[in-house]
Design a protein around this ligand. Structure first.
Ligand code: CU
Length: 187
């Protein structure tokens, strides 16, 4: 009996065991759903730095929303035949200067927060880089659903970022089963 309990706890605590947080987001007005990210506010552990890609193609930053973790780097490639500039006025701000077609600039995000991604040459170019404390963040799909995978067991606040609207966080416990956190966001 005791052995079984210890064994069960060992399985529960092993990194291989990880939970999933899923849910649905309702946004009013619906047009703002396109710019929504759901994320775990704070999670324990350290996360090895990763490199992500954001392309500049057809006068657009692609993808439109990118989620990264503090310490991660973003490679900004330019697939267009014209020069682009990459900067953000948000938080501590940064400016990579001009990036010629076929070239790549890079920026490492050291602080959490959301950065609007702009090009000084083309004011219509706008994307967002969401920098989380942890990698458990996802862009909400067109159908309003999202999934955060690989979340270690524990108690968390699931929060929502939207380009126009604010929402209250949802407290959840990630255990052996499925965990749900739903949001209803109104202007
Ligand atoms: Cu540009």
């Amino acid at each position: 009996m005791k052995t079984a309990l210890v064994l069960a706890l060992a399985v529960f605590a092993s990194p291989a065991f990880a939970g999933e947080i899923t849910g649905k987001v309702d946004v009013t007005p619906a047009k703002y759903l396109a710019e929504t990210i759901v994320y775990v506010e704070k999670a324990p552990g350290t996360f090895p730095p990763k490199t992500h890609k954001m392309d500049q193609k057809g006068m657009k930053f692609l993808p439109h929303l990118l989620t990264v973790t503090t310490g991660d780097t973003v490679d900004y490639s330019n697939s267009d035949g014209v020069d682009h500039n990459v900067y953000s006025p948000d938080n501590e701000g940064f400016n990579l200067g001009m990036i010629a077609g076929g070239k790549t600039g890079k920026h490492t995000f050291d602080k959490p927060g959301t950065y609007s991604q702009l090009c000084s040459v083309h004011p219509e170019m706008l994307a967002y880089v969401f920098v989380g404390q942890n990698p458990f963040a996802a862009v909400v799909g067109k159908d309003g659903t999202y999934k955060l995978s690989g979340v270690p067991p524990g108690q968390y606040t699931v929060a929502l970022w939207n380009s126009h609207l604010k929402a209250k966080g949802v407290d959840v416990t990630v255990g052996a089963g499925k965990t749900e956190a739903n949001f209803s966001v109104k202007r």
